[in-house]
Design a protein around this ligand. Structure first.
Ligand SMILES: C[C@H](N)C(=O)N[C@@H](Cc1c[nH]cn1)C(=O)O
Ligand code: ZN
Ligand code: ZN
Length: 483
């Protein structure tokens, strides 16, 4: 019976070989995961999230993990209904007190996706074309979560001892703002998190073909701005020209938020933004980022800014406001001629240091009511903020970044770029504030993966090389001086 060998640098070669040999099985398993439409934007689909969490829990159990599906209770929906939230996976593999403990965070819920949105392939059928694995969640975040599990599987298959203790915290509501997970983090801070040394998150992407370590993410404040008019939808031929239309009011309110240069028009919203330091300015200069390639990836002819530094700064360290949609408005094909009774505009403002979401909520609400009042409309305006998440910034001198850099060098043979991320991982800042643990983001997503977009994908190469990266990371983390 082969004993479990302590992994060493050479042991990694065998693990990498195993991962290469198993790659078709790993892709097939990702196909099975992508096939579960775990869309957290629709409470009607939350059963699918629970199914996805159970599949994930079963996978961890096959790896010898103890799994708890921690209950998060219920959430009150905008319509007043209370809906039970999907649970959160808290899991751990066999523990050795002599080893450091790594807690891996991920999520297995996805953004909405419909073929008719413009997908080339069925969003829930993982389809490989020219080395890319197309499917909703392939990159965000099912692929990386599976890559972590496959890295564990590789050690076990070769009977190599995993050099760190491993825990998992995997949720099903990240894309909806991680409702309830902050409370669970506080409740489990002195138990589940007490023996954790490092938290790692792989829920983001590179910004070029070069591997990267991520040391910051923006937060997000998501707003519903509701305008309610007459008591029911009305015929625009019969009533048009005689009533204040809710949709017209809403469009005017939405149009007061941001100008054509992307500048947010809400007074004082930029006041709290931390000033750009000379040291920070220098960081942007060294980052690999191909403007023209990025324009091509985005399918645009120009950006709001002309230099790499300005674009990255406005994606990472300045707030931005995006308008996402209007609930209750007519959107199907055809020519419905109705005046909608009630419409809800949806927009969000990405948060950066030192903005305070509660202050932003106040500023936005006061501003929108002021703009609305100037219209002298009898309709009713209501502003709510269902999601608020603070930005997260790490100290890049944290030892975990040394392990991350070494693991990238081992697998990719290059030094990683140190980058930030314009998107939000709602729980990252809670982990930092509540647990005080070392947190680093170790992305394996490609810059052109199209998270949240039509034709989201992860390249087979990033998926498989990323699995090796995670396996190497376990080893490099174990080589750090034990904290
Ligand atoms: C970075 C992660 N993959 C992601 O997409 N996060 C979402 C989270 C969010 C923010 N507001 C609502 N959900 C995002 O950044 O949009
Ligand atoms: Zn996402
Ligand atoms: Zn994600």
């Amino acid at each position: 019976m082969q004993t479990t060998a302590e992994v060493s640098g050479s042991g990694l070669d065998l693990i990498f070989k195993y991962i290469d040999e198993q790659q078709n099985e790993f892709v097939q398993e990702l196909k099975e995961w992508v096939a579960i439409p775990s869309d957290s934007s629709d409470p009607q689909a939350w059963d699918e999230i629970v199914r996805m969490l159970n599949v994930t829990a079963d996978k961890i159990k096959t790896l010898g993990g103890n799994v708890e599906l921690a209950d998060l209770g219920s959430q009150k929906m905008p319509n007043g209904q209370s809906v039970h939230l999907p649970p959160v996976i808290l899991a751990e593999l066999k523990k050795d007190p002599k080893k450091p403990t790594l807690c891996i965070y991920g999520h297995v819920d996805v953004q909405p996706a419909k073929k008719e949105d413009g997908w080339t392939t069925d969003p829930y059928t993982l389809t490989e074309i020219n080395g890319n694995l197309y499917g909703r969640g392939a990159s965000d975040n099912k692929g990386p979560v599976l890559a972590w599990l496959h890295a564990v599987e590789a050690y076990q298959a070769l009977k190599q001892e995993i050099p760190v203790n491993i825990k998992f915290i995997i949720e099903g509501m990240e894309e909806a703002g991680s409702n309830g997970l902050d409370t669970l983090t506080e409740q489990r801070n002195m138990t589940f998190f007490s023996d954790v040394d490092y938290i790692v998150i792989s829920d983001n992407i590179w910004i070029s073909k070069k591997p990267a370590l991520t040391y910051g993410t923006r937060g997000n404040c998501y707003f519903f701005v509701e305008v309610e008019g007459q008591k029911q939808d009305m015929h625009s031929g019969v009533f048009g020209g005689s009533i204040h239309e809710a949709m017209t009011d809403l469009i005017a309110v939405l149009d007061s938020l941001v100008d054509s240069s992307g500048h947010i028009l809400i007074p004082a919203i930029n006041k709290a933004v931390a000033p750009l330091t000379e040291e920070e300015k220098k960081r942007y200069q060294g980052i690999e980022f191909d403007l023209e390639a990025h324009k091509k990836d985005c399918g645009v002819t120009k950006f709001l800014f002309d230099t790499k530094e300005e674009i990255l700064q406005h994606r990472w360290r300045y707030p931005s406001l995006s308008i996402h949609g209007i609930e209750g408005a007519f959107f199907e094909t055809g020519t419905k001629t109705v005046i909608p009774r009630k419409v809800i505009g949806k927009f969000s403002i990405r948060q950066v240091p030192n903005m305070d979401p509660s202050e932003v909520e106040k500023q936005v609400t006061e501003y929108l009511h002021k703009v609305f009042a100037e219209r002298n409309s009898p309709n009713q305006l209501k502003v709510t903020m269902p999601i608020s998440a603070k930005p997260w910034v790490a100290d890049v001198s944290d030892p975990q970044f040394v392990a991350g850099r070494r693991a990238v060098q081992t697998v990719f043979g290059v030094d990683p770029d140190l980058i930030c991320e314009g998107s939000t991982i709602p729980i990252a800042r809670n982990f930092q504030d509540v647990t005080g643990k070392s947190i680093m983001m170790l992305p394996i997503g490609g810059a052109d993966d199209g998270e949240h977009s039509q034709n989201e994908k992860m390249s087979r190469s990033n998926y498989i090389q990323g699995t090796k990266l995670f396996a190497a990371f376990f080893y490099e983390l174990s080589q750090l001086p034990h904290i």
